[in-house]
Design a protein around this ligand. Structure first.
Ligand code: AMP
Length: 307
C-alpha cells in the first residue's frame, strides 16, 4: 500500500524583498516528495525535460521516492515558473509560467503504483490529475487535491470534473474566493463542498489553515517565525506533511486530519526558512519532533469558565 504523488517538477525563479534565487529546482511534486518522504515512501508521477539536474533526481531516490512514473523528455525543457513576493511575503505575483513539458504531459501510472492507497494530486493540469485517478484500478482510501488560480483561469471545466472525484481539496484563501465567488470563507467553504470534496482545507499563509468538514471547522496556526526567507512551496510542503502523516498512520478520521494539518503547518514552517527545497533537505526527525512540540505549546491553553 502506498502514497502516490502527482505534480509539477520545475525550475523556479523567485524574487522576495530579501533576495533573488535565480533558476532553482522547485515544483509542487518536488516539495511534496521532499516533505512526505519524512513520513513514508513516495511513488512520484511527473515530467521533466533533459535540463532537469540528474543529481536532484538521485537525491530524491535516496529519500525513498520512487521515480518510475517520472517521464524524462530529453529534448524538451522543464516547466518554468517565476514569481515575485510583495513586501508582506504573504502575497505574490506570478511573472512567468512556461508549461514546456507540462503542456502535453500524458501521465502513465506504472503497474507498481497500482497499490496506491493515498493519492496526492499536487498542482498541475486538472486533466492530468483526472487521468491519474482514472488509470487507478482500485479507488484509493483518500484522494487529496491541490490546485491554484492559474488552473481555475485556464481549465475550470476540467477542474470541476476532478473535484467530483476527490475527498480533500486544498486551496489558499484567494483561490477559495475565486472558486466560489464568495468573500466569506465560511460561505465559500459551503459552496466548494457542494462541488464534490467532503473535506476542505483553506490555507491562509502566515495566518495558518482552516479545515472544514460536515459543518465543523478546525484551525491550525502557522508558527510565528523571526525570519521568513522564501514562502515558495509552503503550500505544497503543507500538503506533503498532511498526506504524509495520514499515510503513515493510515487513519483518515477527522480527528487525525486535525493532527495532520498541524504536521503540515510544522513542515511548511521549515520550508520558508531558506530558498527552494534547501531547508527540507537538511531537517532531521529530531528537528520535526521539536517543531511539533513548539506547535503544541503555541496552541494549548486551559479556560476556567466561571459560572
Ligand atoms: P506554492 O508556493 O506552494 O503555491 O508552490 C509553488 C510551486 O508551484 C513552485 O515551485 C512552482 O514551480 C509550482 N507552480 C507554480 N505554478 C504552477 C502551475 N500553474 N502548475 C503547476 N505547478 C506550478
Amino acid at each position: 500500500m502506498s502514497l502516490v504523488v502527482v505534480g509539477s517538477m520545475a525550475f523556479d525563479d523567485i524574487e522576495t524583498p530579501f533576495g533573488k534565487s535565480n533558476k532553482i529546482v522547485g515544483g509542487a511534486a518536488t516539495y511534496i516528495a521532499w516533505c512526505a518522504s519524512n513520513f513514508t515512501g513516495v511513488k512520484q508521477i511527473s515530467v521533466v525535460g533533459g535540463d532537469f539536474p540528474e543529481e536532484e533526481l538521485e537525491a530524491l531516490t535516496e529519500r525513498n521516492v520512487l521515480l518510475e512514473g517520472v517521464q524524462i523528455k530529453k529534448d524538451e525543457k522543464s516547466f518554468f515558473w517565476a514569481g515575485r513576493y510583495h513586501s508582506d511575503m504573504n502575497t505574490r505575483d506570478t511573472l512567468i509560467t512556461e508549461l514546456n513539458v507540462l503542456g502535453d504531459f500524458n501521465p502513465v501510472v506504472p503497474e507498481s503504483y497500482q497499490d496506491c492507497e493515498f493519492l496526492m494530486l499536487g498542482n498541475l493540469s486538472p486533466a492530468v490529475q483526472l487521468s491519474v485517478i482514472n488509470q487507478l484500478k482500485n479507488k484509493p482510501k483518500l484522494i487529496v487535491l491541490d490546485t491554484m488560480n492559474f488552473w481555475m483561469n485556464v481549465a475550470m471545466d476540467d477542474l470541476k470534473k476532478v473535484l467530483l472525484k476527490i475527498d480533500v481539496l486544498l486551496v489558499n484563501d484567494s483561490e477559495a474566493r475565486e472558486l466560489s465567488g464568495e468573500f466569506s470563507l465560511v460561505k465559500a467553504a459551503a459552496k466548494i463542498m457542494e462541488m464534490g470534496p467532503k473535506y476542505l482545507i483553506i490555507k491562509k499563509g502566515e495566518h495558518g489553515a482552516l479545515l472544514f468538514y460536515n459543518g465543523q471547522v478546525f484551525y491550525a496556526p502557522a508558527l510565528p517565525l523571526e525570519d521568513v526567507f522564501d514562502p515558495t512551496g509552503a503550500g505544497d510542503t503543507f500538503a506533503g506533511g498532511f498526506i504524509g502523516h495520514l499515510a503513515k498512520t493510515k487513519d483518515i478520521s477527522f480527528e487525525n486530519m486535525k493532527t495532520a494539518i498541524i504536521v503540515g503547518s510544522a513542515m511548511a514552517s521549515f520550508c520558508v526558512e531558506k530558498f527552494g527545497v534547501q531547508r527540507l533537505k537538511e531537517i532531521s526527525k529530531n528537528d520535526i519532533d521539536e517543531r511539533l512540540q513548539e506547535f503544541v505549546q503555541l496552541v494549548s491553553f486551559d479556560i476556567d469558565l466561571v459560572s
